[in-house]
Structure formats: C-alpha cells, structure tokens
Design a protein around this ligand. Structure first.
Ligand SMILES: [Zn+2]
Ligand SMILES: [Zn+2]
Length: 442
C-alpha cells in the first residue's frame, strides 16, 4: 500500500493544488498521469494476481478460490467484503461520505476448454463439468477484468479526496452461462446492499491495447435458447413410406427457418438464429421416433425478437404438418436482455475519457454476443478494451496474415500490462466522472 500510495499522492498533490476553475481538460490529463504513475509502481502485484488467476481458472459457480483471492485483495485495500452472495459472488463496499453509490462489476468465471496459448502461465487445470472431466481456461479474459477491477479499486481509494459517496465493487459468478447476475440479485444484491445510482462494467476483445470502444444505447444482443423436438414415427430406413422421418423435418427446418431472417425480418435490423446441436437416431438404417434440436436466437430489439420467435414457431409447426407428423414440442427459454448504455451516464464519462484517450476512445457498433450485465437494471455504461499489440493486429488485417484469436479461442492471449493499465485507467476515470455529476460540493 505504501509503495502504491507514494507516487500517486505526490502526483495528486500537484493536481489538487490547481484552482477549482482550472480547465477540465488539464485536470483529466494530470489525473491520468497520476494514475499511470501509481499503476507503474503497483503493477508487479497486479501482474502476480492476474497470472495466478489465469493459471488457476474456475468455471461457473465453482469460483471459490478466485473469489477468495479477490476478497483478500479488497479487504487489504479497505473495503468491507461480503462473500457468497449468489453462491460464489462477492460484494465489496467502501463508504466515503454522502454521495451516489457507484457499482463496478467484474466476472469471476472461466470456460470449460483447453488453453493452447503456450504462455508460461497458461492453465493446465481441470474440473468436472456436467459429469465430464474438462480443462478450464480464462479464454474470455475475465481474469483481465478482475485485475482491472482490483486496480481501479486501489486507485479510487487512493483518490478518495476527490469524490464523495460509496463504491460498490461486485464480483459476479457464472457470466458464461448467463446465470450469475440473477443469482446475486435473488440473493439480496440490492436489498442487503445499497441500490447503486450508476454501474460500470468492461470487457476485453481482440483489438489493440490502449483502445477503448464504447456505445450509446444498445450494446449487446438478447439471447434466447431454443429447443425443438420433432416427433415422427420410426421404422426401417429402407421403407420410409411407413414412417414420419423426424431427421428430415429437422433438416428442412434448419434451412427454412433462415427465411425468417432473410424474408420476414427487416434486413436492416439485427437478428440471428443458429442451431448448435442435433440429437437423433442410433444407426444408419433406423429412422428414429424423434429428433431434438438446440439453438440460440439473438436480437437487439424487442419487436424484432417477437417477430423472429413467431416465425420460428410457425416454421417448426409447418415442417411437422408437411410431414403429416404430430405438432413438435417447442421450448424457448428467455436469456439475457440487451445491455443498454444509458445516454446520460455515457455522455458524462465520454467527456473525461475522450480527453484521456483521444482517438483511442471510439464509438463502436453493438456486439452480437450477450451479457448478463443487462440484468442489473441500473443506469450504466459497459465498454470494451483491446488486448493485442498493434503490430500483431495490423499483421492479422493483411491478406493471409496470422489470424487474431478472439474471445473463446483456445489461443486468446491478452498482453497483460498495457491491457490492465487501460482497464484501470478507463474504469477509474469513468467512475470519477459519475461521482462528479452527483457529489455534493464538488
Ligand atoms: Zn465469454
Ligand atoms: Zn466474457
């Protein structure tokens, strides 16, 4: 702590000495320099934390050790920590006078897959997932988010003379299965703890480090699960005239349902349906009784979602009717809603982050993936930070260049220091901007 606070306080002394009416741009520039200086001093500890978490990942709702490591870090900084909120989640509170409550969220979970980065701190850990042994890897970069979250907490506490209010840092389990945010909410996140005025979250992605992408309004897709069971009449593969073939129905559905996307939905609106699993049959010459298909439906807007769900159901029923088979069983499971970036929260953060990052703070289109950050229902901003060296990014853009591994690739390998520095800096400044708009006497 002392090592961390020294240079920061030295820089802050200079910054705080500025007259209150000093130009905002100058404040942000100096503040960013102060954050950079403290980050440089403190980075070895954050690096060790990051590499430890990276080497020992845990999947959804198994994040006991990961959560314990974060709880210890936050207690050292001075937060009041409550563990096991939503199974493995934790809530860390830091009160600093009257003012708004601002929530900062990280995820805790990794993925059930093998890491193939070849990094010295690569994970070789395994666990049991749905009854089977599997490797575990932080291939979505949630370990970067955790290190940035701890770094931002340290920085904000060191800067506590500059804001009034309450920091509510939460570490959420099970983002990858879209269940952790709701688990925390159902376990009293907003009743046992303050309901935040604003919230911030970040995610890393395959673009150059030092860059911050953001959006106003819709930031990610809604996610609905689809399960359809086509019910046929089994029999011999050589005598299909005595059967109703559910595999034929499934095949026809997969092709025909894409006309819902291309012919029914407005082509300028986003909507996707993908079938990821088909389970049917046992042998080449037996037509089975039924076929089960599992898929995912993604949209940005409720009206597009409603149109797609209606079209999907109609197509499934029509396919069964064509085969003179019973009506299929159709189950649609509502998942995450789109993340909406609140225009007022973004506008306030934008002023600060534009000064701090210049051209590297960029408006970007929404991502078609989904995020359960949307479940919190707090005016918020969710932004993305890049993870790769610029040279590697440019090489990948060239025709035939080496591809850039994205999130969920076994080769996804962020460059830790500059990526975490961007996360810490952007998150600290975003939170400070939100305190500034509400804190009394600021
Ligand atoms: Zn992911
Ligand atoms: Zn993720």
């Amino acid at each position: 702590m002392t090592r961390f606070l020294g240079p920061l306080l030295a820089c802050l002394a200079l910054w705080i000495a500025l007259p209150l009416q000093a130009h905002a741009e100058l404040d942000v520039v100096r503040l960013k320099a102060a954050i950079a200086s403290s980050f440089e001093t403190d980075y070895p500890k954050l690096d060790a934390l990051y590499k430890d978490i990276h080497a020992h990942p845990e999947i959804a709702f198994q994040e006991e050790k990961t959560a314990a490591k974060l709880a210890a870090e936050m207690r050292t900084i001075g937060f009041e920590v409550t563990e096991h909120v939503g199974k493995t989640g934790l809530v860390a509170i830091y009160r600093n006078g009257d003012g708004p409550t601002i929530m900062v969220r990280t995820e805790l979970d990794a993925l059930p897959m093998e890491e193939k980065t070849g990094l010295p701190y690569a994970s070789r850990d395994k666990t049991v997932w749905e009854g089977k042994e599997t490797f575990v890897a932080h291939s979505c970069g949630h370990d970067i988010h955790m290190a940035s979250w701890v770094g931002a907490a340290k920085t904000l506490v060191a800067l506590k003379d500059r804001w009034k209010g309450t920091l509510m840092f939460i570490a959420q389990p099970a983002e990858e299965i879209g269940a952790g945010a709701l688990a925390m909410i159902y376990n009293g996140l907003f009743t046992r703890f303050p309901k935040p005025d604003f919230a911030f979250g970040l995610h890393d992605g395959p673009f150059p480090h030092g860059y911050v992408n953001y959006r106003v309004g819709i930031g990610s897709s809604s996610s609905d699960g689809l399960a359809i069971k086509f019910k046929g009449r089994g029999g011999h593969g050589a005598s299909p005239q005595y059967t109703a073939d559910p595999i034929m129905m499934a095949a026809r559905f997969i092709v025909d349902v894409q006309s819902v996307i291309s012919r029914e939905k407005d082509p300028t609106e986003f909507g996707v349906i993908s079938i990821g699993a088909i389970h049917a049959g046992t042998a080449p010459n037996i037509i089975p009784d039924d076929a089960l298909m599992l898929g995912t439906i993604r949209t940005f807007k409720p009206e597009v979602r409603a149109k797609m769900l209606a079209g999907i159901e109609r197509t499934a029923r029509a396919v069964a009717a064509m085969a003179d088979a019973p009506a299929p069983e159709i189950m649609i499971t509502e998942g995450a809603k789109p993340v909406i970036n609140d225009p007022a929260v973004v506008a306030t953060a934008e002023k600060v982050l534009k000064v701090a990052f210049g051209d590297k703070f960029r408006l970007a289109p929404p991502v078609t993936a989904s995020e359960d950050f949307s479940e919190y229902g707090v005016p918020s901003m969710f932004f993305n930070i890049g993870v790769y060296d610029m040279e590697r990014f440019i090489a990948a853009q060239n025709k035939g260049g080496p591809p850039l591994p994205a999130n969920h690739s076994p080769e996804f390998a962020p460059v830790p220091k500059p990526t975490i520095e961007t996360g810490v800096t952007a998150m600290t400044l975003a939170v400070l901007s939100a305190f500034d708009q509400r804190a009394p006497g600021q």
